[in-house]
Write a protein that binds this ligand. Structure first.
Ligand code: BTN
Length: 327
């Protein structure tokens, strides 16, 4: 978005009503035609702007697109999202964020796209990423910790999604499913893909990628996930602002990440237990090289799923995917 368009937007937003064309021209030091051209560009970008003779222009509604010009004024962070890269479409925001990381971009940079053409899910799956509806976000982090602790960040990411959604919609019945899915009414609302570049004892960078089903309709969902996925819109019957949700998520993630850096996972364990949909359930765990069945007993202080096996022993599972066998 051009500098002139951004300044016009700020004027219209601050006015909470009509601003005369003349006042805008004066403020920008440009002609009426130039202002009119910028207004049209804003309209093309999805802004609803009313115009009336002798009254000027008024902002009626922004587009529901997480544009930096919409998200930035809502952020209360110190680092996260200070560099906010918006792309109308890209292959995968995790991929773009990794390229930025390799180029030396500092911690806290965020990549958000309106659509992804090769959205990546965990375990080599695809992430359905149509335009105009959901959030596809990647956050670049550079935690100064041993790489074995990094999976904890995805637990923190899932809790931050829950907190952000609750900020906007306090009543929703959200849950988490180890290691990092966010569920709504038992169906998947958001998923997290953490990818890192590390040496054995040093993390170069970590990309925390979040896909959150915000406004996608059930009819839009591909058949293979239609029964297992859900969106906020499905549950609420109304649209959620992607900009507000993204800003809330980045606020929550920064707070949680800073606390985790100082104090580890301990301050989050109770909240996780409370939200966990697996606790006490019989589950089948597809780990890297084997499948194990048992009862999900708890989360260990370092973020492993504690699985109670049929022989009564308890085994910590550090990575894998859990399938609930019985409720
Ligand atoms: C999962 O399988 O549950 C994780 C899904 C993660 C999807 C997000 S969308 C933004 C970021 N970019 C990607 O390509 N994937 C993640």
């Amino acid at each position: 978005m051009s500098d002139a368009a951004e300044r016009i937007l700020t004027l219209l937003r601050d006015a909470h009503g009509f601003v005369s064309g003349e006042a805008i021209c004066r403020e920008l030091g440009s002609s009426r035609t130039a202002v009119w051209k910028q207004i049209n560009k804003l309209r093309e970008a999805g802004y609803r702007i009313a115009s009336a003779p002798r009254r000027g222009y008024a902002l009626e509604a922004p587009p529901n697109v997480p544009l930096p010009v919409e998200v930035t004024p809502l952020l209360h962070t110190r680092r996260l999202g200070k560099a906010l890269h918006f792309l109308p479409q890209t292959e995968s925001t995790n991929q773009v964020a990794a390229e930025l990381a390799r180029g030396g971009e500092p911690e806290g940079a965020v990549v958000v796209a309106d659509a992804q053409t090769s959205g990546r899910g965990r375990l080599g799956r695809q992430w359905f990423s149509p335009p105009g509806t959901n959030l596809y976000v990647s956050v670049l982090l550079r935690p100064d910790v041993n790489p074995v602790r990094v999976p904890q960040v995805s637990l923190i990411g899932a809790l931050s999604v829950v907190r952000a959604v609750h900020r906007l919609h306090p009543g929703l019945e959200l849950g988490v499913k180890w290691p990092n899915d966010v569920l709504l009414g038992g169906r998947k609302l958001a998923g997290i893909l953490c990818e890192m570049a590390a040496e054995i004892d040093h993390v170069h960078h970590l990309i925390l990628g979040v896909g959150l089903n915000v406004n996608v309709t059930r009819e839009q969902l591909p058949a293979e996930v239609a029964d297992s996925a859900v969106s906020l819109r499905d549950a609420l019957g109304a649209e959620t602002s992607r900009s507000r949700l993204l800003a809330a998520f980045l606020d929550e993630l920064e707070q949680a990440y800073d606390l985790w850096t100082d104090a580890g996972l301990a301050p989050f364990l109770d909240e996780w237990r409370e939200l966990s949909i697996l606790r006490g359930r019989r589950v089948k765990l597809a780990a890297l090289t084997e499948e194990v069945e048992g009862t999900a007993a708890d989360l260990s202080p370092d973020g492993a799923l504690l699985l109670k096996l049929p022989d009564g022993s308890v085994r910590p599972i550090h990575s894998g995917e859990a399938h609930v066998l019985a409720y």
